[in-house]
Design a binder for this molecule. Structure first.
Ligand code: TMP
Ligand code: ASP
Length: 237
């Protein structure tokens, strides 16, 4: 597929049109931000890791868990053809272990296993710092319908069940993650955006070493090394 004009540039990816209006090409950057863009930096090789890992996981989710995704075809290390969607403006967050903003907000120590997975919706709006919203807010403001929320909730817990087991198999605890969904032209909800060390918390199962973007957010050092280690765990490289 042919890469045409740039449609959008986000914090970590660019999106390009193709000759077919149902498809786009995403291009993953090494740029990294945190705290709604307030902290800026670069993580060398991150774009490659995130592109390849996200594609690999989405392919598996489609084939082995029956989750429809935007993934179509990896063109090269940083670029992928995806189905064009309008993004539902919600960050869907699942947590298996307390960490990050959950620990801060609720005073639950980081690392405390949760008795069951939790689900949070946040409005995708950096200027408002992605505030948490509930189902009433979402329906009342028209960000998604009740049926959309039901579909998203069903897919999201299935994704968590699948990914939790997958990562366990490569010695990684899936602490929490954020996903986004989009709607195709014909109204179908599919998994979009990415699943990567930018959007998940990965802890080594034995040492609990952080292998994700928290190393950048919290200035823990060896950021590139953590991304490469996740690449090795997933692809054996
Ligand atoms: P949080 O604990 O900071 O709310 O983050 C929960 C999960 O969501 C964590 O895996 C990191 C991910 N995340 C994003 O992907 N984008 C964001 O903007 C934020 C704040 C978190
Ligand atoms: N999406 C957040 C930002 O741009 C980054 C993060 O914490 O993952 O600031």
């Amino acid at each position: 597929m042919e890469k045409r004009e740039q449609l959008y540039e986000g914090k970590a990816k660019k999106v390009f049109a193709t000759e077919n209006e149902d498809f786009c090409i995403v291009s993953y950057k090494d740029d990294a931000t945190a705290f709604d863009g307030a902290k800026k930096g670069s993580i060398s090789g991150k774009g490659v890791v995130n592109n390849r890992m996200s594609n690999y996981l989405m392919e598996k989710l489609e084939a082995e868990a029956g989750i429809p995704t935007h993934f179509v075809e990896e063109i090269n290390d940083r670029e992928t053809v995806v189905r064009k969607v309008s993004i539902i403006p919600l960050e869907v967050i699942v947590r298996n272990i307390a960490a990050g903003s959950f620990s801060k907000r609720f005073g639950v120590e980081e690392g405390t296993p949760l008795l069951c997975p939790t689900l949070e919706f946040c409005l995708k709006n950096d200027d408002l710092h992605d505030p948490m919203v509930n189902e009433y807010h979402i329906i009342a403001c028209g960000w998604a319908t009740k049926e959309d929320i039901e579909t998203i909730t069903d897919y999201t817990f299935r994704i968590n069940n699948y990914l939790k087991e997958y990562f366990k198999g490569i010695g990684v605890d899936l602490v929490d993650f954020k996903i986004e969904f989009g709607k195709t032209k014909d109204g179908k909800i599919i998994l979009a955006d990415e699943i990567s060390p930018d959007t998940c918390r990965f802890w080594d199962s034995k040492t609990h070493e952080k292998l994700d973007k928290d190393r950048f957010r919290r200035d823990l050092g060896n950021v590139e090394g953590a991304y490469q280690e996740m690449m090795r765990r997933v692809f054996g490289e």
